[in-house]
Ligand binder design. Structure first.
Ligand SMILES: *[C@@H]1O[C@H](CO)[C@@H](O)[C@H](O)[C@H]1NC(C)=O
Ligand SMILES: *[C@@H]1O[C@H](CO)[C@@H](O)[C@H](O)[C@H]1NC(C)=O
Ligand SMILES: *[C@@H]1O[C@H](CO)[C@@H](O)[C@H](O)[C@H]1NC(C)=O
Length: 199
């Protein structure tokens, strides 16, 4: 009797651990399935047809894995380590400071724009960084009659020849050249830039 109980327990121990390894299968994302357990880890079988990643997971490029994406519950940074440039923040995986979520891939955080010409996805990213700016062809550009200055790292209103000014960097020639300076509250030609008011 004791031996029978032992065999019985042994059987369940083996079966239990086996089923533990078989909680997921090998059907990749987009491949056919009948049950959730046919699909790879962190995936499910949608309408008994195809494997999809669970919520807060996204497929890798080759569809072979479902990796953490923004919004996944976490207790430490390791849980978010399959994301690029992410960390665990207030219990969910999120982009690190100065990174923003890739709109095409919720597991990928890309650098936020910080100056003119930096890569952007949407206009509000450029506005947050530079002020009067737009995202044009995936690059931050100042709106017209504004220009980017290193000194403030913002787009500021362009002051032309004889416009009022406070700082040298506000003044720009007609072709946005750096030929003017601010003297006595007015944009004027720099010393030695005698031709600056032509054109
Ligand atoms: C999304 O980004 C992650 C992190 O960079 C990468 O591992 C994954 O392959 C990307 N997914 C796709 C579909 O390109
Ligand atoms: C996202 O996808 C769109 C269209 O496929 C593409 O134009 C854009 O450059 C992509 N963005 C990034 C950050 O890769
Ligand atoms: C602005 O700064 C960048 C790097 O910090 C430098 O390469 C560039 O020449 C500077 N431009 C001006 C107009 O000072």
């Amino acid at each position: 009797m004791n031996q029978q109980i032992f065999k019985f327990l042994l059987f369940f121990a083996a079966f239990g651990s086996l089923s533990c390894f078989e909680q997921y299968g090998s059907a990749k994302i987009g491949e056919r399935c009948e049950r959730d357990r046919n699909c790879i880890q962190h995936a499910y079988c949608r309408v008994q047809m195809t494997c999809l990643c669970n919520q807060y997971y996204s497929p890798t490029f080759d569809m072979s894995m479902c990796i953490a994406s923004a919004g996944l519950s976490c207790t430490d940074d390791f849980a978010c380590s399959t994301m690029a440039n992410a960390e665990c923040r207030q219990g969910v995986c999120a982009c690190k400071d100065s990174y923003i979520l890739d709109i095409n891939n919720s597991s990928n955080c890309i650098s936020k724009p910080s100056k003119m010409g930096d890569h952007c996805q949407r206009t509000d990213e450029c506005q947050d960084a530079l002020g009067r700016a737009m995202c044009i062809n995936n690059r931050c550009q100042c709106i017209s009659s504004y220009h980017f200055v290193n000194e403030t790292a913002k787009c500021i209103q362009t002051r032309l020849l004889y416009n009022t000014c406070l700082m040298d960097y506000e003044c720009r020639g007609f072709n946005n050249e750096n030929v003017l300076e601010c003297r006595n509250g007015e944009c004027v030609c720099k010393e030695g830039e005698a031709t600056c008011n032509k054109g």
